[in-house]
Write a protein that binds this ligand. Structure first.
Ligand code: FEO
Length: 394
């Protein structure tokens, strides 16, 4: 049993079986579904977890409640990684009152049948008195779905923030920020989670920050990743940095290469950038690195250089996929340059330019291009290319 604060229990679980979050994002270090039981005079459960991820979930709740019925089920967010045990909760506690906002209940109808008398629709700023703990609710739409809200415990100053301030990675023993080496074991995975899952909604994250600005927050209980009780300011700062598109100085070079010529260009560009004094240079083959890791790197650094060979009169399909994901995640304030090779026409770089223009990602006009085999002679312009990029990066 893990107690977070007076009568507030962690009842979440780890999922190390799932290979792909949302059947899309690799989970090499797993993920946690955090859910919280406030065993107050009127017991309330804050969110649930993914169906099938933990057979002992109901037993754990029942043990803490010692036979008392659960009175409230608070739904901060309806994505099934937090909501797909709602049916089981309704079966175990048929009298439970389900707490959500108007959008929650509109969407909930698509999943579960809850009698009208068991729905408690809360407004932005409504309160719910559990006995000792008094909760308020703040709507934070699109962090991560339109119905999403956060729950704030005014008694112990706990923010149950759902997807906000969460990250990938199972909780391996330590569940609190003071029990883990966050920078070593969670930081990168949290940024990968942010950039791929939440990043598209960065402006909404900023609106949420404004809404929560007046609250005294002692503990942050997200629905994924560590609970922040020692230094909640750290995760607030990280999310603020990422949602305002602040990046570290450095360059991510990502290339698509069929027979090695575009790859040689990528390496030559990296060398030339290093000669220009740039120290953080990370080069990736788009075909061998899952796109979520590339988006994560793009979010971290201010510079981005994309290269593609020509392929069937287009850019390489894997580069096409990356550009699509960039259009979805929509990173901002990047210095972008392009390069590529071709055999009979320059369709790769040409279509790459068109796609970036279409998604409103500005780039330096002068691309580095090679036809056929990449030789030192054909790369004569790389120094100038790197110099112009380094200058733009400043
Ligand atoms: Fe963790 Fe948007 O669900």
């Amino acid at each position: 049993m893990t107690i977070i604060s007076n009568k507030v229990h962690y009842v979440g679980t780890n999922d190390r079986k799932k290979h792909l979050f949302e059947n899309n994002w690799p989970l090499p270090y797993g993920v946690s579904y955090n859910t919280y039981l406030i065993a107050d005079e009127h017991p309330a459960l804050v969110d649930t977890l993914e169906y099938g991820s933990d057979n002992d979930y109901l037993k754990r709740i029942d043990n803490i409640l010692e036979g008392r019925p659960l009175e409230y089920l608070i739904i901060n967010h309806l994505e099934p990684d937090h909501s797909s045990m709602i049916g089981e909760i309704l079966r175990a506690y048929p009298q439970v009152t389900v707490v959500g906002n108007c959008t929650t209940f509109k969407l909930l109808e698509n999943y579960y049948s809850v009698p009208a008398e068991q729905k408690l629709e809360v407004m932005d700023g409504s309160t719910l008195n559990l006995g000792h703990h008094v909760l308020t609710f703040a709507w934070v739409p699109w962090v991560h779905w339109p119905e999403t809200m956060v729950t704030y415990d005014t008694t112990d100053k706990i923010l149950f923030s759902c997807d906000a301030f969460g990250g990938f990675g199972s909780l391996d023993g330590g569940i609190f920020d003071d029990q883990i080496d966050f920078d070593r074991n969670y930081l990168t995975e949290m940024r990968r989670y942010y950039s791929n899952i939440v990043g598209k909604w960065s402006d909404k994250v900023q609106l949420a920050f404004k809404k929560l600005a007046g609250l005294e927050i002692k503990i942050i209980c997200p629905s994924h990743g560590p609970i922040w009780r020692e230094n909640p300011a750290k995760v607030l700062d990280l999310y603020n940095k990422w949602s305002t598109h602040q990046a570290e100085k450095g360059v991510v070079i990502i290339y698509a290469s069929m027979y090695g010529n575009t790859e040689k260009m990528a390496d030559a560009i990296g060398r030339a950038l290093a000669e220009e004094g740039i120290k953080n240079i990370h080069t990736f083959d788009v075909s061998t690195t899952h796109v979520s890791y590339l988006i994560n790197e793009i979010w971290e650094y201010s510079g981005l250089i994309l290269g593609t060979c020509a392929y069937n009169g287009q850019m390489h399909p894997m580069m096409h996929h990356l550009v699509h994901e960039i259009s979805v995640a929509n990173p901002q304030n990047k210095t972008i340059a392009l390069f590529g090779s071709s055999s009979w026409n320059a369709a790769g770089v040409r279509t790459l330019k068109k796609s970036l223009t279409d998604i409103k990602q500005p780039f330096l006009e002068n691309a580095l291009e090679v036809s056929g085999v990449t030789t030192d002679e054909k790369l004569a312009g790389v120094k100038e290319f790197a110099k112009a990029f380094a200058e733009a990066l400043k």
